[in-house]
Design a protein around this ligand. Structure first.
Ligand SMILES: *[C@@H]1O[C@H](CO)[C@@H](O)[C@H](O)[C@H]1NC(C)=O
Length: 295
């Protein structure tokens, strides 16, 4: 499993590399420069096309989850206008889904997943997040969690605060490299994306869509997963370029929240929210340091 080494590059180093490459391109000149530039942004002519994720067009695709009511009706079966209207009604979502995306707590770096357990601080972060979720006083419907060790532990700690909420593991939600990020800071071989990309996209299609037509009440659902997975989900749900995922950074244990309205509109209501944690508990950003400011 390729680890989360991808997240370890600081923004500053990325900028330095980018500036270096830009200057190099100017110096070399001509067609060699064009070749170098195309290598610099990580794209090559023979890269496989990535058909598993759509290229945003700039306009909103209201049938992004393939659940627009009209698209759920078999066209060969429709009869008259009345029947069409009633089928349309039958297939229309009636409720909103509020999806809380939780990043796992800080964990011990190790070669094997079973050794990647939460640190003491990571457990404290999970406790604070569980407490926060509990304090929102919402009727949570479910907890789905990535079955890797750090997310399983985080979900267990959150579950202690929400003992009545059922929880389910998922291997679709494992960490991975969803799509080659733009700008690219740390090169990874194509097969990382080729393998993990469709799996993370499958997770998106499974968990992020408007409510089933049978759902009558708004739901509040928790997904405990990973930095890259959450960032990719956010890009996909908002229909912004999915390769922009690396431009966000999320704290350990933080809460991001998407609302998917019954009509398929989507709203991001929180991204990496961790303001309920004291500053000395904040970790997870590549170059984050707490500094004491004295006035
Ligand atoms: C969804 O978006 C459309 C287009 O902007 C808008 O007309 C509609 O009111 C929105 N629905 C909700 C529930 O906000």
């Amino acid at each position: 499993m390729p680890g989360s080494a991808l997240c370890s590059v600081s923004g500053r180093r990325c900028l330095v590399i980018d500036m270096f490459l830009r200057r190099a391109v100017i110096v070399v000149g001509g067609s060699a420069a064009a070749l170098f530039a195309s290598v610099a942004v990580g794209k090559r002519d023979n890269d496989p096309v990535l058909p598993w994720t759509p290229i945003p067009t700039g306009s909103w695709n209201s049938n992004w989850d393939c659940r627009e009511p009209a698209s759920l009706i078999d066209p060969s079966k429709q009869k008259d206008l009345n029947e069409w209207e009633s089928l349309l009604q039958k297939h229309t979502a009636k409720a909103d889904r509020h999806i809380f995306l939780i990043r796992h707590g800080q964990y011990n770096k190790a070669d094997h997943d079973h050794d990647r357990t939460l640190t003491e601080k990571g457990r404290e972060q999970a406790k604070l997040t569980g407490k926060r979720l509990k304090s929102l006083d919402l009727q949570f419907k479910s907890i789905v969690y990535s079955s890797l060790t750090r997310t399983t532990e985080t979900a267990e700690i959150i579950s202690r605060r929400l003992p009545d909420v059922g929880n389910t593991p998922s291997s679709l939600l494992h960490e991975g490299h969803p799509i080659r990020p733009v700008p690219e800071c740390e090169w990874q071989p194509e097969h990382y994306y080729f393998q993990a990309g469709p799996r993370i996209e499958a997770a998106f299609r499974k968990y992020i869509h408007r409510a089933e037509p049978e759902q009558t009440k708004d739901s509040y659902e928790i997904i405990v997963c990973h930095d890259n997975v959450i960032r990719y989900f956010v890009c996909r749900a908002l229909q912004i370029p999915p390769d922009a995922w690396f431009r966000f950074e999320l704290y350990h244990g933080s809460i991001s929240k998407l609302v998917i309205y019954a009509d398929g509109n989507v709203s991001l209501q929180m991204l990496g929210e961790a303001g309920y944690m004291p500053p000395d508990k904040l970790t997870g950003l590549p170059v984050f340091q707490v500094t004491t400011v004295s006035l």
